[in-house]
Design a protein around this ligand. Structure first.
Ligand code: GRF
Length: 211
């Protein structure tokens, strides 16, 4: 049977998961604040106590949560606790924004089509880590950013939005990453906006944007 899903048109409850600097979280936060997204960030979660993004969220008066992976006997146990925290807050959509921990298949299944990720390359090219460096090494002329739904296979879920970033001859990993990041900050809030406007429709592995 072909997969089918249509995103809900409603005021959404959003959780952001992050492990680091949190610039994509901030982009979503600003879009929410500006009324561009029909939703509220109800939780900012991290697996890293010192994540800058957690601090930024606290400063903005958002609810934050950190769970220490070392206090759990297994990856499954950790993700079960995370899932419980998410469900407790009646979250409609999880936005992974630099969440550097692989999620268990069970967690991905539970939040199927209710979890997005942002990746700094044009998937399915360059999944994984250090992808801006890999793009430079390959000599590709274009890279970019991808927002996709999360499935158990890392970085391989249905693609929601992409933005193309031309690679310049004198680019370094840093300069290319910076230009890609600008595009990330544009398309991630846009994908969340479309989601709660009820305009994302998944058919098979294609995502259609409804008028
Ligand atoms: C971004 O490049 C994102 O594409 C990747 O991790 C980085 C997170 O950056 N998944 P930030 O924490 O949002 O600033």
């Amino acid at each position: 049977m072909t997969e089918y899903f249509r995103s809900p048109k409603k005021r959404g409850r959003i959780a952001v998961f992050l492990s680091g600097r949190g610039s994509n979280f901030l982009a979503i936060y600003e879009a929410v604040k500006a009324g561009k997204i029909n939703g509220d960030i109800v939780l900012v979660f991290s697996n890293k106590k010192e994540a800058r993004g957690l601090q930024l969220a606290q400063e903005r008066g958002l609810e934050t949560l950190y769970l220490n992976p070392k206090e759990f006997p297994s990856r499954e146990a950790y993700d079960e606790q995370v899932a419980a925290e998410v469900k407790k807050r009646k979250v409609d959509l999880i936005c992974l924004a630099g969440y550097m921990r692989i999620l268990t298949p069970g967690f991905c299944e539970e939040f199927k089509y209710r979890m997005m990720n942002i990746h700094p390359a044009l998937l399915p090219a360059f999944p994984g880590l250090h992808v801006q460096k890999k793009a430079l090494e390959w000599g590709v002329r274009y890279s970019g950013a991808t927002v996709h739904f999360v499935t158990p296979e890392v970085d391989m879920g249905p693609i929601i939005l992409q933005a193309v970033v031309p690679v310049k001859q004198d680019d370094t990993e840093e300069t290319l990453s910076d230009r890609i990041l600008q595009e990330e900050h544009r398309i991630y809030p846009e994908a969340v906006r479309l989601y709660f406007e009820g305009r994302l429709e998944v058919r098979g592995r294609r995502v259609f944007i409804l008028e």
